[in-house]
Structure formats: structure tokens, C-alpha cells
Design a protein around this ligand. Structure first.
Ligand code: PHE
Length: 341
């Protein structure tokens, strides 16, 4: 009786084992035959119904049967685990001969490139780099710079006022005042930074960048400024770039100059960029006004100064042939990407 039952069960087990291919199916098999509610456990239970004298032999048969099934189960379990691991390895393997996914690396903005280059050139001449704040009081942005109350630059049309006496700096020149107030002369500083004016057309944006230069020392003159700016122009454009000074006016420098460089497009023969003149204006500067030096608590009979302020975006536009300043700030990747090294 028991022999037949076992034989029937073995047939089922043979069939079931031959179909197992996954860990999931192994679990099912275990529950169906070896678990508490499984077929082999049921055979054990049936022992109670057979005559007492036949029980030991039948029990032994079942035990042997159970052991052999358990052994086959374990062997299969190991094999399935191995197979599943191999499948995982295969699916995760990397084909090193495949072309890589290309990431688009970032690029420095043209204005940042110009700023970095100028800071580098001036650092090489012993200047320190100082950055002021974009929010200034009226005193540092205008009054201390000898800009009178009725000066047109103070107009609400031109300047962003964010309070009665508080403005977004309209130039980096307030940095001159901060430096003279806090640094011990003699010193040389360049101050790059963002500046703001109510202005918006093809060559102006409400926010743009300048770099301010300030030298405070004994007996400096316009000649020193010319040498300094000549070095700047040659470093920024080409070694054969020429500079020229034109008389100008700023309340905080006396004398004041406007500085032109020979046109980087035509080299000076005249073209559309330089409007046929061969020259392009790049910055303003001059000898620091005695009044400004005195405003900062320095003795204007002992200390003299040179200052200049240049538009970084403007230089970037000239250098890279960009004809509309908005192109620099539209975030167009196809343009900005070109500055990747
Ligand atoms: N601050 C002036 C401007 O924004 C430039 C300048 C700076 C002129 C320093 C003279 C000296 O136009």
C-alpha cells in the first residue's frame, strides 16, 4: 500500500522537479511536497492508519523517500541559485567597446573669460583683486566720487534706487572709495563686478560688468596710466594693439581720459566695427581727483592716484565678435558652447 503511494508521489515529484527553473518554482515545490502541508508529510500522517506491525517498515520507507527528495531538492536549489547569479552577471555586464554616452561639459561665459584674463594680467603687475557689494549707499556711489547732487547720472531714469539713499551700484567706482577708506597706501587694486543701470538696447543691458582699477601711490601720473592700459590692451587683444587717449570728463578724475584701442577687426585701417575710424573705445580713466582722495581721509598733497573703469561685456563683445549684448545673456547654448576650451 505505502509502496504504491510512495511510487505515485515519486512520479509526481519527478515531473515537478523536471520543470523547475526558478527560485520561485523551488518554493512552490517545497510547499507542495516537503512542507508542513506537503504530500510527504501527509504520507507520514497516513502511517497512523496502517496496522501496527507494518508501521516501522513503512516509516523507514517514507524516511528514505523524504531524504532522497530533500537531497535532490537541495542539489537543484544550488543549481538554480548558481544559474540565477550567472543570469544577473550577464545582464549587468558592461560592453567596454560600446560608444560612451557623451555629456555636454559646461563652458566659462565669455564675460567670465575676459574677467579672469584681466585679473590674471593685473595680478601679474602686483594688483590685488577686491570685490565690493552690488548694493551701495548714495555716498559711496556718487557723493564721495565728487558727483554733485544735480548730476544726470543720479536721475531715477538712469539709476535703480532701492531706497531713499540706497542704489544698485551704477559703476564699480564706489570700490575706489572703499579701498581708500580701508587700505593703507601705497596699494594697487582691481575690482571686477556687476553693475546696474536703467538701460536696455542692442549695446546695453540693465545689468552688466565692469572692472575698476585703482593705484594709490606717491607721484603717479597719466603716463603711468598709459603704460598700464597699454599692457591691458595688448594682453586682451593682440600684442600689436595700440592705445590712444582722448580728453574726457568724469567728476572723480582730473584730468580724465577716454581710451581707444586700434580696431581688433581691421587693425586700424577702418571697417564697420570701428565705423571707419580705426579706433574703438574700451574704457574711461584718469588721475584721481584730489577731492576724492581728500574725501577718503588721505592727504592729496602726499598721495596721488590713477583709476580706470572698463566694461567687461563690451570687451568680450569686441574680442569675440558679438554684435548684440543680449546674445551674451540669452543663455543660447549653441553660442555659449563655442567658448568651451
Ligand atoms: N566709472 C566710470 C564709468 O562707469 C568709468 C571710470 C572709472 C572713469 C574710473 C574714470 C575712472 O563710466
Amino acid at each position: 500500500m505505502m509502496k504504491e503511494k510512495i511510487a505515485a508521489c515519486r512520479a509526481q515529484i519527478d515531473e515537478a522537479l523536471s520543470k523547475i527553473a526558478s527560485g520561485e518554482q523551488l518554493k512552490e515545490f517545497h510547499a507542495r511536497f516537503l512542507g508542513k502541508a506537503g504530500a510527504i508529510t501527509a504520507l507520514m500522517r497516513d502511517l497512523g492508519q496502517i496496522p501496527k506491525e507494518e508501521r516501522p517498515a513503512a516509516g523507514q520507507l517514507i524516511n528514505e523517500f523524504k531524504n532522497s527528495v530533500t537531497e535532490r531538492f537541495k542539489a537543484l536549489e544550488a543549481e538554480v541559485a548558481k544559474r540565477e547569479m550567472q543570469a544577473k552577471y550577464d545582464s549587468e555586464s558592461v560592453d567596454v567597446s560600446m560608444p560612451a554616452v557623451m555629456h555636454a561639459p559646461g563652458a566659462l561665459h565669455p564675460t567670465s573669460l575676459v574677467k579672469a584674463r584681466l585679473c590674471e594680467v593685473f595680478a601679474g603687475m602686483g594688483f590685488r583683486v577686491w570685490e565690493g557689494s552690488e548694493i551701495e549707499d548714495d555716498y559711496h556711489n556718487f557723493t564721495a566720487l565728487n558727483t554733485p547732487k544735480d548730476h544726470p547720472a543720479r536721475d531715477k531714469q538712469d539709476t535703480f534706487y532701492i531706497g531713499e539713499d540706497i542704489v544698485l551700484r551704477t559703476h564699480t567706482s564706489p570700490g575706489q572709495i572703499h579701498c581708500m577708506e580701508t587700505m593703507k597706501p601705497p596699494f594697487k587694486v582691481v575690482m571686477p563686478g556687476r553693475v546696474f543701470r536703467c538701460d536696455d538696447d542692442a549695446t546695453h543691458t540693465p545689468m552688466f560688468h565692469q572692472i575698476e582699477g585703482l593705484v594709490i601711490d606717491r607721484h603717479v601720473s597719466l603716463c603711468d596710466l598709459q603704460g598700464l592700459l597699454d599692457t591691458l590692451a595688448k594682453a586682451m587683444f593682440t600684442p600689436d594693439t595700440k592705445t590712444r587717449f582722448r580728453p574726457s570728463y568724469f567728476p572723480f578724475t582730473e584730468p580724465s581720459v577716454e581710451v581707444d584701442v586700434s580696431c581688433c577687426e581691421c587693425g586700424g585701417s577702418g571697417c564697420r566695427l570701428c565705423k571707419g575710424t580705426g579706433w574703438i573705445e574700451i574704457l574711461g580713466g584718469g588721475v584721481v581727483n584730489r577731492r576724492v582722495i581728500a574725501n577718503c581721509g588721505l592727504d592729496p598733497d602726499e598721495w596721488t592716484g590713477l583709476a580706470f573703469g572698463a566694461g567687461l561685456d563690451r570687451i568680450a563683445m569686441l574680442k569675440y565678435g558679438v554684435n548684440n549684448i543680449h546674445i551674451l545673456y540669452d543663455g543660447d547654448q549653441s553660442i555659449l558652447r563655442q567658448f568651451r576650451k
